[in-house]
Design a protein around this ligand. Sequence first.
Ligand SMILES: Nc1ncnc2c1ncn2[C@@H]1O[C@H](COP(=O)(O)OP(=O)(O)OP(=O)(O)O)[C@@H](O)[C@H]1O
Length: 194
Amino acid sequence: MSSSPQDRRPIVISGPSGVGKGTLIQKLFNTHPETFALAVSHTTRSPRPGEVEGIAYYFVCEDEFKSLIAENAFVEHTFFSGHHYGTSKMTIENQTTKGLIVVLDIEMHGIQQMKENPSFEARYIFIRPPSLQALEERLRNRGTESDRDVEKRLAQAKIEMEYADSEDAYDKIIVNDDFDKAFEELDGFIYDAA
Ligand SMILES: Nc1ncnc2c1ncn2[C@@H]1O[C@H](COP(=O)(O)OP(=O)(O)OP(=O)(O)O)[C@@H](O)[C@H]1O
């Protein structure tokens, strides 16, 4: 297998919370060191202890974030839980110039914004759970969300799965049932797709 994919476009990975995106991305990075890089997002929220500027996020104030929106600096941005979050064209370009392939973990609304921008070229992958029941088990076993949060995430998962089924939104849909198989499929798509 070649150590670096021929297709250098950013890889955008989406899918319901708890489906295994983070785990798959981590394995991709571990399997191919120095090939991929995560895009660093901008946010208006304050840094949590240990979060380093330019690594966890670019931390900016509300005014700065709004100027960036006005300058059309983002490929996607959103307002969530009282704070703005966005992926800038600059962070993607920075990593790409270093010779790395950018991987983005983006929720559905971000995908919709990216797809509206014809100048942003990427490969879009949707990770699907084998069933909503399996997704619920993963979220509960992960133990990071309250019961109410799990319910909210499951309701959102249904919407994301309908979008993935009904629209021509993704270049590839991978069911994350057996983890190793799902990883092989992801790896194969990233390395082999023309
Ligand atoms: N194929 C699989 N079978 C069983 N469990 C899995 C599988 N893939 C991932 N998991 C587990 O499911 C849980 C959720 O995975 P992960 O945190 O990677 O999800 P995520 O999609 O990144 O979620 P979020 O969007 O909320 O960050 C983790 O505990 C992970 O170990």
